[in-house]
Design a protein around this ligand. Structure first.
Ligand code: BJW
Ligand code: ZN
Length: 247
């Protein structure tokens, strides 16, 4: 397993990428880091908010125990995100959707920055912070037009609402992982960008691609549990490395 420690794209990878018919990309928090979005892990640290590790505040158990605290955490993050813009990594991925016969972008991110960069048909495994969902009737509410505020209850039935994101211990939206897994099993090249690759089932997608014969490439400043099974590992920042694929 060759580890590419500098920011260059090997001839072998360049060749694979330029002739690929089907490209599959899995992104994680690291793809948005250069936009100013804090990651959950990385650099040996785990995110903490008001003394609570994010694995506690972003959990199914917390929604049951203290929904207002969960909202406070997500309101704070929407405020932060509102000011942030896509970076060159998001931009490159948006350009690639029209470059290949088949192109699939799967993200674990809830920040909406891929769509903001112009990517269509993004498979969002963990939901979207710009949507709320009613606990009673499941109606989805768009939070974008809400001027930093949000409706206190469901506009339809008056029930309590929650962020439409997938928290620890919750199931992914029906069908999304299955669709992503199907596309992973059919790709020629799989890029894994800015994820610590420890949260399942998302982390299984590159394994599925590899098992089906794809050329798997990781782009991340740090090594991850996935690095050893990759065909190439480029230890660099997404916003610096992805645009190099186009040169
Ligand atoms: C850069 C960079 C730059 C920095 N450029 N890179 C054992 C086996 C299998 C599963 C489990 C298990 N034990 C528990 C589970 C279940 C659990 C899980 O996987 N836990 C693991 C931690 C072990 N999974 C679940 O609960 C999932 N549901 C599920 O499995 O349902 C079935 C089930 C139901 C009930 C019980 C049991 C099973 C749901 C997972 C939902 C994850 N949700 C979160 C929060 C979303 C809401 C919110 O934002 O608050 O999603 S957790 C958090 O982690 C978030 C992310 O999407 C996810 C992944 O993180 P990501 O994207 O990898 O970010 P980081 O921060 O970890 O890494 C950033 C990386 O970027 C680092 O590597 C940096 O180096 C790098 N980087 N700058 C490129 N410039
Ligand atoms: Zn409702």
């Amino acid at each position: 397993m060759p580890i590419e420690a500098c920011h260059t794209i090997s001839e072998r990878l360049r060749q694979r990428f330029s002739t690929a018919r089907s490209v599959f990309v899995l992104t994680g928090a690291g793809v948005s880091a250069e936009s100013g979005v804090p990651t959950f892990r990385g650099g040996g640290k785990e995110g903490v908010w008001k003394g609570l590790p994010f694995s506690v505040i972003s959990s199914a158990a917390m929604v049951e125990r203290d929904l207002p605290a969960v909202w406070e955490w997500f309101d704070y993050r929407r405020d932060l995100l509102e000011k942030l813009k896509p970076n060159p990594a998001h931009d490159a991925l948006a350009r690639w959707q029209s470059r290949f016969e088949n192109f699939t972008l799967v993200t674990q991110n809830i920040d909406g920055l891929h769509e903001a960069a112009g990517s269509n048909d993004v498979l969002e495994l963990h939901g979207n912070i710009w949507r709320a969902r009613c606990l009673e009737c499941e109606k989805r509410e768009d939070l974008r037009g809400c001027d930093n505020a949000r409706p206190p209850v469901c506009q339809e039935c008056g029930g309590a609402i929650r962020p439409d994101v997938v928290l620890f211990g919750e199931m992914l939206p029906p069908g999304v992982f299955e669709e992503a897994a199907e596309r992973a099993s059919q790709c020629d090249v799989c890029l894994v960008v800015g994820t610590s690759a420890i949260v399942y089932p998302a982390a299984a997608l590159p394994e599925i691609a590899r098992a089906a014969g794809a050329f798997v490439v990781e782009i991340n400043p740090e090594l991850t549990p996935l690095s050893a099974m990759c065909d190439e590992v480029i230890q660099g920042k997404a916003g610096e490395v992805l645009p190099l694929f186009e040169i």
